[in-house]
Design a protein around this ligand. Structure first.
Ligand code: UDX
Length: 437
C-alpha cells in the first residue's frame, strides 16, 4: 500500500481519493480553496455523487485533506493530478493549474511517480517530463491514467471499469501504477503517454458522435414517419454498434463531452487539421436544443406571452450538475422569444443569473405546470414517469407536452388528453370524440 497525494478536491479528485483509500492506500487530497478543505475536514462533501459521502466516511482513517502543498506531499510516493483544465478563448485547454501542481512537486521528498488524471492535450506528458527533469526530478516516473467515469455512476465506474488505461514513461512506472489499482476488476491497457492522452479525447469524441448521429437520424425520422426509438433499439442489437449512447434527445451536455470535443478539435486545428467530422458533431449538438424550440414555436404558433414549464434542468438525471446543460440554451431561447418560465428539478443548483433569474422554481411538477401553455421535459428524471399526468393535464391551461428525452409513452399522454411531441417520433394529439348530434 502506498502514500498517495491527490491534487484537486473536485469531482475527479474526490472520487479518485476515496476509491484509492478504499483499495487500502493512505491518501491526502490537497486543494487550494481553504473553505473547501475546511468543509472536507468537517466531513462535508461539497459535490453530489451517489455513494461518495459513504465511501469517504468509511475510509476516513486513510483519507485526509490539506491546503498546504508541502504538508500534503510530506509522505507522498505517488501524486495524482486531478485539477480542472478549462478551455481558454482559443479552445485550447488551460493548463495553468496543472503547471502549478508540477511546481509544488519540488517539495516532495519521497516522490516516485506523477499520475495525470486531468484531461490534457496530447503532448502534455512530454512537456511535464521535461519540466520534472529540469526541476531535478528525473528519478520521478510519469504516467497518463485518464478517467472514464460518468457522473452518477463514478464509484462503480472507478471500481469496475471497462479498462484501466496507463500510458507510462517507463515500465517501472507502468508497473507501479497498475499495482495501485490492485483490487479493481478491469483489464489494464499499457501504452505510450501520448496514446493514453489521446484515448481519453478520442473516446469522448466518439461517444459524442454516436449521440449526434442518433439525433440526426431522429430529425430524419420526424420528417419521414419512422420512430427513432424503434430504430435505435434495433440498431443497438448489432453487437458491432452496441445499444449505448443511442438515445436521441436535446443534445449532450455536462463537464466532459462539450469541453473535450472542442479541445480535440482545437488540438487538431493547431496542427492544421480541420477534423470536419468532429466540427459537424459540435455544430449539430449546438443546434439540437434550438431545433426543439423551433418545433415548439411552430406547434404553438409563437412563444410570446406563453407560459412554459421546464421539467428537469440538470445536464442529465442523477446529478446536481448544471455544466453545459441544454436547459440553459432552452431557457435562454424561450426568454428571448418572450415566453415566461416555470421550472422543476429535484437537484439543480441554479445561480442567480440569466436565464435562471427569469424562471419561477416550483417544488412539484404539478405546481410547475399549473396554468402553463406547454411543458417540456428537458432532463430524464425517472420520477417524471410517476407523475399523475391526468392531474397535470387538468392543471395546465392547455395540455401540451414536449418530451425532449422520449421518457414517456405517447399513448399514455394521448389518453390523458395531451398533445405530445417528442424527438424523432410522430406527434400525437388528443383523441377527440365527435360532438353529440
Ligand atoms: C461522460 C463520459 O461518459 C465519461 O466516460 C467521461 O469521463 C466524462 O463524460 P458524463 O458527462 O458524466 O460522462 O455523462 P454521460 O452519461 O456520458 O452523458 C453525457 C451527455 O450525453 C448527457 O448530457 C446525456 O444526457 C447525453 N446523452 C448520453 C444523450 O443525449 N444520449 C445518450 O444516448 C447518452
Amino acid at each position: 500500500m502506498r502514500n498517495i497525494t491527490v491534487f484537486g478536491a473536485g469531482y475527479i479528485g474526490l472520487v479518485t481519493g476515496a476509491c484509492l483509500a478504499e483499495l487500502g492506500h493512505t491518501v491526502v487530497v490537497r486543494d487550494i480553496q481553504a473553505a473547501r478543505v475546511a468543509a472536507l475536514r468537517r466531513g462535508e462533501v461539497p459535490i453530489y455523487e451517489p455513494g461518495l459521502a459513504e465511501l469517504m466516511e468509511a475510509n476516513a482513517g486513510r483519507l485526509s485533506f490539506a491546503l498546504d502543498a508541502r504538508e500534503a506531499l510530506e509522505h507522498a510516493e505517488v501524486a495524482f493530478v486531478c485539477v480542472d483544465t478549462p478551455p481558454t478563448p482559443s479552445g485550447d485547454a488551460d493548463l495553468s493549474r496543472v503547471w502549478s501542481v508540477i511546481e509544488d512537486l519540488k517539495n516532495a521528498p519521497r516522490l516516485t511517480a506523477v499520475v495525470m488524471k486531468s484531461t490534457v492535450p496530447v503532448g502534455t506528458g512530454d512537456q511535464v517530463r521535461a519540466a520534472l527533469d529540469a526541476a531535478g526530478l528525473d528519478h520521478v516516473g510519469y504516467a497518463s491514467n485518464p478517467e472514464f467515469t460518468a457522473e452518477g455512476r463514478a464509484i462503480g465506474d472507478f471500481m469496475n471499469p471497462d479498462r484501466i488505461v496507463i500510458g507510462a514513461s517507463d515500465p517501472t512506472t507502468a508497473h507501479l501504477i497498475a499495482d495501485l489499482h490492485k483490487g479493481i476488476a478491469g483489464p489494464v491497457e499499457t501504452m505510450s503517454v501520448a496514446s493514453a492522452e489521446m484515448v481519453k479525447l478520442a473516446s469522448n469524441a466518439l461517444l459524442a458522435t454516436k449521440i449526434t448521429f442518433i439525433n440526426e437520424i431522429a430529425a430524419v425520422c420526424e420528417a419521414t414517419g419512422a420512430d427513432v426509438e424503434e430504430v435505435a433499439a434495433a440498431i443497438g442489437m448489432d453487437h458491432r454498434l452496441g445499444p449505448h449512447f443511442l438515445k436521441a434527445g436535446l443534445g449532450y451536455g455536462g463537464s466532459c463531452f462539450p469541453k473535450d470535443s472542442r479541445a480535440l478539435r482545437a488540438m487538431a486545428s493547431n496542427s492544421g487539421l480541420p477534423f470536419q467530422l468532429l466540427t459537424t458533431v459540435i455544430d449539430v449538438n449546438d443546434l439540437q436544443p434550438r431545433r426543439a424550440i423551433a418545433r415548439l414555436k411552430e406547434e404553438l404558433g409563437g412563444l410570446r406571452g406563453r407560459r412554459i414549464a421546464l421539467l428537469g434542468l440538470t445536464f442529465k438525471a442523477g446529478t446536481d450538475d448544471m455544466r453545459e446543460a441544454p436547459s440553459a440554451i432552452i431557457a435562454s431561447r424561450l426568454v428571448s422569444e418572450g415566453a415566461t418560465l416555470t421550472g422543476w428539478d429535484p437537484m439543480a443548483r441554479l445561480r442567480d443569473e440569466a436565464p435562471w433569474n427569469r424562471l419561477e422554481r416550483a417544488e412539484t411538477v404539478i405546481e410547475a405546470v399549473t396554468g402553463c401553455d406547454a411543458a417540456m421535459i428537458v432532463t430524464e428524471w425517472p420520477m417524471l414517469k410517476e407523475v399523475d399526468w391526468a392531474s397535470a393535464a387538468s392543471a395546465m391551461k392547455t395540455p401540451f407536452l414536449f418530451d425532449g428525452r422520449n421518457l414517456l409513452a405517447p399513448p399514455l399522454l394521448q389518453k390523458h388528453g395531451f398533445t405530445y411531441m417528442s424527438v424523432g417520433r410522430a406527434t400525437v394529439r388528443p383523441v377527440t370524440t365527435p360532438p353529440p348530434k
